[in-house]
Ligand binder design. Structure first.
Ligand code: HEC
Length: 122
C-alpha cells in the first residue's frame, strides 16, 4: 500500500517533469527572432533609389524578407500595395510616395522572365 502511493507520486513527478521539458523545448526562441530583426537593415537588400524609405515603410509591420522573397512586376507590386491598403491598414501612399516605392520594388525584386510557379527559396 505504502509502496503503491510512493510509485504513484513518482509517476506524477515524472509526468510533471516531462511536461516542463516539453514546454521548454517547444517554446519559440524569442531571442532568435529579435536578433534577426535587429540585424536586418536596408543594406541587406539590392541597392537602388528609395531603398531606405521603402525598407522602413514596409518593416513597420513585417519583415522585409516577406517583401524580398516576392518577384513581381510593377503592376503586381501596385496591386499588392492596394491589397494591403484594403486588408491590412497599410498607410495610403499617393502620387510620388507610391511611385518611389514601386520604383524600388520593381527594380530590386522584379518579376522573373517566365511566368509560372517558382520555388520561392531558390
Ligand atoms: C500597416 C501594416 C503593413 C505595412 C506598412 C506593410 N504591410 Fe505588407 N503585409 C501586411 C500584412 C498584415 C500582411 C499579411 C501577412 C501574412 O500574411 O502573414 C502583409 C503581407 C505582405 C506580402 C505578402 C503577400 C502574399 O501574397 O503573401 C507582401 C509581398 C507585402 N506585404 C509587401 C509589403 C510591402 C512591399 C510593403 C511596403 C511598401 C508592405 N508590405 C508594408 C501589413 C503591412
Amino acid at each position: 500500500m505504502f509502496t503503491a502511493t510512493l510509485q504513484l507520486r513518482g509517476a506524477r513527478a515524472a509526468i510533471a517533469l516531462l511536461a516542463i521539458t516539453m514546454a521548454l523545448v517547444a517554446a519559440p526562441p524569442g531571442w532568435c527572432q529579435t536578433a534577426e530583426k535587429a540585424d536586418d537593415k536596408p543594406e541587406n537588400y539590392p541597392d537602388g533609389p528609395h531603398r531606405e524609405n521603402t525598407f522602413y515603410f514596409c518593416t513597420a509591420c513585417h519583415s522585409f524578407k516577406l517583401v524580398s522573397q516576392q518577384r513581381l512586376n510593377r503592376d503586381q507590386w501596385n496591386e499588392t500595395l492596394d491589397w494591403m491598403q484594403e486588408k491590412h491598414a497599410l498607410p495610403k501612399t499617393e502620387g510620388d510616395g507610391r511611385k518611389e516605392l514601386l520604383d524600388y520594388l520593381s527594380t530590386a525584386f522584379p518579376a522573373k522572365a517566365r511566368a509560372g510557379w517558382r520555388n520561392p527559396f531558390e
